[in-house]
Unconditional design. Structure first.
Length: 143
């Protein structure tokens, strides 16, 4: 689902779901991770060009895993925000080059809104998780 301008195929949702269905015929765990990583790439493709260039500019094959739930602590600082927290069940994160994570953005007067951020691996860490949903090969990590 990487945009063509970034060196990708810019596949549509239907195509990626059909690919996941075919992969599932051989391995449900691999299909699960493939589908989730495709969805995360889709959402990065909806972000502004700067975010897309950050993720795919140097590596059009960069893989993105993520957790959409905004369960981290956010605080305002000059020039932006600092996000601290952990995101559970980050399937595919072991294989990912980037993380697409739910965060809370603090607006004026402490009003909070749900947003998403792409995070480079050098500023995140993976903690070994466990198998979920009975997949023998599927292991999710805490990011």
């Amino acid at each position: 689902m990487v945009p063509k301008r970034s060196g990708g195929w810019e596949a549509d949702i239907r195509t990626t779901l059909e690919v996941s269905r075919e992969v599932a015929k051989g391995c449900g765990s691999t299909a699960w991770v493939t589908a989730l990583m495709n969805v995360c790439s889709f959402f990065v493709g909806l972000m502004n060009e700067q975010a897309q260039d950050d993720v795919w500019g140097a590596n059009p094959d960069a893989r993105v895993a993520g957790v959409f739930n905004p369960n981290a602590q956010t605080r305002k600082v000059d020039g932006g925000i600092i996000v601290t927290g952990a995101w559970n069940w980050a399937s595919g994160s072991y294989h990912a080059d980037w993380s697409f994570l739910g965060v809370q953005r603090i607006w004026r007067d402490s009003e909070i809104a749900s947003r998403h951020a792409v995070v480079a691996p050098e500023i995140s860490a993976l903690i070994y998780g466990r198998s979920l949903m009975g997949f023998t090969e599927g292991v999710s990590f805490l990011v």
